[in-house]
Design a protein around this ligand. Structure first.
Ligand code: SER
Length: 314
């Protein structure tokens, strides 16, 4: 049975991953940690304040709760990282070192660490970006994620730490709001639509990015963590893919339910970040190694987002 500590539990992914973990047969305890209180109720699990840059406190919690696995989700996302270079470096890479060292020294069973499609920069193939495309990221966030991937591979190779990782695309869910990312518009747009308000997008109409519905992202994460270690051929981070769309295309999808939905465009500094990333991702390595498969395309996601956001309003 596994005792799991989740960092960044109050972020966009935290509550969703915790719910997924609680449904697994081999999980006896999940401990949620963050520097801020969770925005959604995490009643079923203990919550502890943790600044992930504090290695001593992290060690203490891991020892006290007899933790066997860590899901280290705490990070600054792309837009925020661009404005806070030093913090992004300390938080995104420094805290990963604490987790990897603790995993090695306390012999933890497994670690999950999220990477991102942001590891790819303008040198990568734009459409269907392969697993091993040249990366050369041009954003602060991308540099931290690529560096982190290499450290994960090093700790696995050198110390046998079983750390596993996914390059998430933009994640879209109805339970929590994202914060500080370039793909956040694709969540905010649904909140405007169900309130019959127009949406001003900070990206251009035809800016395509790789995206994924939250339930697929949670499934991918739990499936990767369950996969037999000898099946995994990638110890940096796996490309995974579900859909790719532009702001104009998500607006069209929303208009199938709200025909009068209006979108206008006011691109800002985040356009440059988006322009440096792939349009779409090739993920056949993940599909071959651990049977990754997505369920939601754009229209299926739109229907489910609208249904749940409307339900939450009434
Ligand atoms: N969704 C993230 C961001 O926009 C990318 O991994 O920063």
């Amino acid at each position: 049975m596994q005792n799991i500590l989740v960092t960044g539990a109050s972020g966009q992914l935290g509550a969703e991953i915790i719910e997924g973990l609680l449904g697994m047969g081999d999980v006896s305890l999940v401990v949620a940690t963050d520097i801020k209180e969770p925005s959604v109720s995490l009643e079923a699990v203990p919550f502890e304040f943790l600044d992930v840059m504090d290695a001593d406190r992290m060690t203490e919690l891991i020892k006290n709760y007899k933790i066997t696995q860590v899901y280290h989700l705490a990070a600054l996302l792309s837009a925020t990282a661009e404005k806070n270079i030093d913090l992004a470096r300390k938080l995104n890479i420094g805290s990963l070192h604490h987790v990897l060292n603790i995993a090695r020294d306390l012999n933890l069973d497994k670690v999950f660490w999220p990477s991102s499609i942001a590891v790819f920069g303008p040198d990568a193939k734009k459409d269907g970006t392969p697993q091993n495309s040249p990366c050369n990221p041009t954003t602060v966030y991308g540099i931290t994620k690529l560096t982190g991937e290499q450290w994960c591979a090093y700790y696995h190779r050198t110390f046998g730490v079983d750390v596993r990782s996914i390059r998430y695309p933009g994640l879209i869910g109805y339970k929590t709001l994202p914060g500080g990312g370039t793909t956040d518009y694709a969540v905010d747009i649904y909140h405007k639509a169900i309130n019959h308000e127009p949406f001003t997008c900070f990206l251009e109409a035809d800016s395509h990015l790789p995206m994924m519905y939250m339930s697929d992202a949670v499934k991918a994460t739990l499936d990767l963590m369950q996969a037999p270690a000898d099946k995994l051929t990638v110890r940096t981070s796996y490309n995974i893919s579900a859909m790719s769309f532009s702001p104009a295309e998500i607006a069209d999808s929303i208009r199938k339910t709200y025909p009068d939905f209006e979108i206008n465009y006011a691109p800002d500094y985040r356009q440059k970040i988006a322009d440096s990333w792939p349009n779409s991702i090739d993920d056949h390595t993940a599909r071959n190694d651990w049977d990754w498969n997505h369920s939601y395309d754009l229209d299926a996601m739109t229907q489910d987002m609208i249904l749940n956001l409307v339900k939450g309003k009434v």
